[in-house]
Design a protein around this ligand. Structure first.
Ligand code: APR
Length: 308
């Protein structure tokens, strides 16, 4: 294949995303981890699944960044996952050090890549990648909104007993408890859910979406979600590699859009071959705008702690 995606971190999210990228034959895949043997074993296992899946993607597991050279896209999932009772923000300092060092090594071998940060706390970690890589903002796109809106879509489809394919959901803001699901812009076959569901049900869906990650952490006991995060990564990878010009909520470096400057926050974005190709600005009510600003302030607090 002539495209290459490297996934840094061969844990639950990284391996899930890598496997799906290979299965869908989107690109050759390199999986890298600091653990010795684990990425090699998982990579080989994925390669051996390819004949069954009918995919000619080449998959390689490694500890050596030289193997990631010339990647079109690098997905960063390296870091510590949340444990029960631990907020995303608790992870801040440790994951900041990991992401800084990963970014430095990625850039040595793939100076023109597009980086999709996934590690939490997402928006702050995306800011670390942006600052440390020196890449233009179009090439650092955090994965959060696709996951959050997928959760909201699943809940909407369940509530109305309709196909998930008929659902659209918009979630803005930082990837944390302050995220801003927007029911007014969330639709079923083009109809806003606010016209299809009573307020109580909509509020419950909004609340469950905002706490969707914590719900899974609690159920799993150890570790955090990975199937939906893995799928969300793959949708973004596919949008870029196929130049789909797909509108997806992503965490990107805002420069005045939505009245926010110098900060990664989730907004609707057009993703194509050049990475972030456009930020879509939508009208917000004063309540929605206040919620978005509050969410941005929560990201700003983290960014200040790590001085990014
Ligand atoms: N370089 C490379 N890999 C690293 C490094 C590093 N410096 N530090 C840790 N890792 C690897 C770990 O060895 C582990 O294999 O990152 C992997 C993380 O995998 P998991 O612990 O399974 O975590 P996962 O569930 O995949 O979540 C990864 O994504 O959704 C977020 O909150 C989640 O921040 C977390 C990240």
């Amino acid at each position: 294949m002539n495209r290459k995606v490297s996934v840094i971190g061969s844990g639950n999210v990284g391996a899930t995303a890598a496997r799906s990228i290979a299965d869908k034959e989107l690109a050759d895949v390199v999986v890298l981890d600091i653990l010795e043997g684990v990425p090699q074993g998982k990579g080989l296992d994925m390669l051996e699944a390819c004949p069954v899946e009918g995919s000619d993607a080449r998959v390689l597991g490694t500890n050596d960044y030289a193997d990631t050279a010339g990647s079109d896209i690098v997905v960063i999932t390296a870091g510590l996952a949340r444990k029960p009772g631990m907020s995303r923000d608790d992870l801040l300092t440790k994951n900041c050090a990991i992401i800084s060092s990963v970014t430095e090594q990625v850039m040595q071998h793939s100076p023109d890549c597009i980086i999709l940060p996934v590690t939490n706390p997402l928006d702050a970690m995306a800011q670390v990648v942006y600052r440390k890589s020196g890449l233009p903002r179009e090439r650092v796109i955090g994965m959060a909104g696709v996951l959050d809106s997928a959760r909201m879509r699943a809940f909407i489809a369940q509530a109305l007993d309709v196909s998930v394919e008929n659902t659209h959901a918009f979630v803005l803001g930082g990837h944390g408890d302050t995220m801003v699901p927007l029911p007014r812009y969330s639709t079923v076959a083009g109809i806003p859910v606010t016209e299809l569901l009573d307020k109580e049900t909509v509020d419950a869906i909004v609340h469950r979406t905002a706490h969707g990650g914590a719900e899974i952490v609690k159920l799993l006991g150890t570790g955090s979600a990975y199937y939906a995060p893995g799928s969300a990564v793959v949708e973004m990878v596919e949008a870029v590699l196929k130049d789909k010009k797909k509108i997806l909520p992503c965490s990107v470096f805002l420069q005045g859009e939505y009245g926010i400057d110098g900060l990664f926050v989730g907004v609707p974005c057009k993703l194509g071959a050049n990475g972030l190709e456009q930020i879509i600005q939508i009208e917000l009510t004063s309540d929605e705008d206040a919620a978005l600003k509050k969410s941005a302030a929560a990201v700003q607090e983290l960014v200040q702690v790590i001085d990014m």
